[in-house]
Structure formats: C-alpha cells, structure tokens
Write a protein that binds this ligand. Structure first.
Ligand SMILES: NC(=O)c1ccc[n+]([C@@H]2O[C@H](COP(=O)([O-])OP(=O)(O)OC[C@H]3O[C@@H](n4cnc5c(N)ncnc54)[C@H](OP(=O)(O)O)[C@@H]3O)[C@@H](O)[C@H]2O)c1
Length: 262
C-alpha cells in the first residue's frame, strides 16, 4: 500500500485530499499542527468509514518535521506521496506578514520536502499547493526571470525568497521589483520550487515527480463561503498530481489537470 503525508489536513482542502487519497487505497498520514486536531480529523473520516493515521506536524517547527520523518521510516519504511498543503493567507502587508507567510507557505513546504525526500521510494510524488495568485507578471522583468532561470538551485531560490522578506522589512520591496502580496510571492516560490526540484531529480533513479497545483477558488476558511468550488472539486487536481502514473509530467504548474501559466 502506498503511504502519503498530507500537511494541514485537519480541515479544508487538505482534509479532502486526505479523504480522496485514502479512498484511492493510499495509507494517509493525516497531519495537523496539534495532535488533537489530527486525531479529531482522522476520527471524522473514520465516521465515514475512511481510515487514516493522525500525526502532529507544524511545518514551521523543525523538531516536529524531524519527528514525522523518523516516524515515517520506523513505521512505514519509506514514503510514496507528499502533499504540501498547509498554507496561510494573512491580512495586511508588512515585514512580519511577509516573514510569517513565507515561513509557512514556502519555507514550510521546503522544510518538510527536504526532510522527507531522502525517504521517498521509487515512483514518489510531491505536490505543492500553489494558487492562481502565483504570478510573475506582478514582478519586475528581471525578478520574474530569476524564478525560471534554468540554473536556479534550491539554495538560490531560498535566498531569493529571503530577500523578499528583508526587502519588505526595509520598506524597499517595490523599488526592488516585488509585488505587495506576501501570499502571491510565497506561491510563485512554490511554482519555482517544483521546477527546481524536478530538475534536481531528473537523473534520480526513483523517478519522483514534483508538481505545483492550483485548486481554484475553494469554499474553505481561507477561500470563504462565497468561493466558486466545493472542497471535493478543489482537491481534484492535487489528488491527480499525487496519483500520476509513471512517465507523468514533472516541474509543472497545473489547474484543472491542465498546465497553467504563471
Ligand atoms: N481556498 C482557496 O480558495 C485556495 C485557493 C488557492 C490555493 N489554496 C491553497 O490551498 C491550501 C489549503 O487551503 P485551504 O483553503 O484548505 O485553507 P484553510 O482552510 O485555511 O486550511 C489551511 C490548513 O493549513 C494548516 N496550517 C496553517 N499553518 C500551518 C503550520 N504552520 N503547520 C501545519 N499546518 C498549518 C491549517 O491548520 P490550523 O487548522 O491549525 O490552522 C489548516 O489545516 C493552502 O496552501 C492554500 O494557500 C487555497
């Protein structure tokens, strides 16, 4: 049985991704910031006849990432699917909002991926929950080009994202070519991360596929009740990317299972 980790799976799109993956015969490690929240979500699925394994994970806390990584090896011997779903959209815009947003949305996903990647088995799949708001067109041309530079590395991308935070804190992000949205920059970073990781893994014998996906505008706490999509619809493309067959695409950004521009 394939084993998956889904982050931020106690509610919203993450919970629905966990549900759909489990329904597809995957053993899902349903993670949430607190043990109680993970257990409660797992229990709610159990009420629908769906088994998942609750586990605590805060993507901003390296010790919890380390504990999950040790658990995956000890209990499952490896991992097949990682869905980086945890995300926040904060009100306002200042240095603190930029730092916190990137810490969860970009660095959180990177932290978890870097710790779990060594444990991924052949045929592994990594999914990054991005957004239609990931858009390089809001940036200066020179900045936008850096995100798709074929020589960009994980370290280079991390320092680019760190520069956004320091530019916002210094009050000169506009002069440096950045848009005034930490959420947008964090998700643009995830699309670039899919590209960089897929290049890094191109010659890896495990044939791991990495893709960023947009769920659309979804009825969750983040998307609001007026959003156009149900969670079932929003989880469709992330689940598709998690279950891609061998030889499927890697390094892309998908919406409704089709390549999307960013
Ligand atoms: N809804 C939309 O319209 C939409 C559109 C485009 C993209 N997305 C993306 O889709 C993903 C899921 O969104 P959603 O609408 O389901 O949001 P949501 O209902 O607000 O759920 C967000 C989830 O992320 C978790 N989370 C936040 N910080 C975390 C941390 N430090 N460590 C671990 N988990 C953390 C939350 O846990 P707590 O319950 O503990 O806060 C919650 O489980 C996000 O990445 C979001 O950016 C959503």
């Amino acid at each position: 049985m394939r084993v998956a980790v889904v982050t931020g799976a106690n509610r919203g799109i993450g919970l629905e991704i966990a549900r759909q993956l489990a329904q597809n015969g995957v053993h899902v490690i349903l993670t949430a910031r607190s043990d109680d929240a993970a257990r409660a979500a797992s229990e709610s699925l159990k009420g629908q006849g769906i088994q998942t394994e609750p586990y605590p994970l805060d993507v901003t806390q390296p010790d919890t990432v380390l504990a999950l990584s040790a658990h995956v090896i000890a209990e499952h011997g490896g991992l097949d699917i990682l869905v980086n779903n945890a995300g926040i959209a904060m009100d306002g815009f200042n240095g603190e909002v930029a730092r916190k947003t990137l810490d969860v949305n970009f660095f959180g996903a990177l932290r978890v991926t870097e710790k779990l990647l060594p444990q991924m088995r052949a045929g592994g799949r990594i999914v990054l929950l991005s957004s239609g708001l990931a858009d390089r067109r809001g940036m200066s041309k020179s900045l936008a080009a850096k995100f798709t530079d074929p020589h960009l590395t994980v370290a280079g991308l991390s320092s680019l994202m760190g520069k956004f935070v320091t530019d916002v804190a210094a009050g000169n992000h506009s002069a440096q070519g950045w848009p005034s949205s930490a959420y947008s920059v964090s998700k643009t970073g995830l699309n670039a991360l899919a590209l960089v990781l897929s290049r890094m893994l191109a010659n890896d014998p495990r044939r791991i596929l990495v893709n960023a996906v947009c769920p659309g505008w979804v009825q969750t706490a983040m998307g609001g009740a007026g959003a156009s999509r149900t969670v079932e619809h929003g989880a469709e493309t992330p689940v598709w990317a998690a279950l891609l067959p061998d030889g499927g695409p890697s390094g892309g950004f998908y919406r409704d299972m089709e390549p999307a521009s960013w």
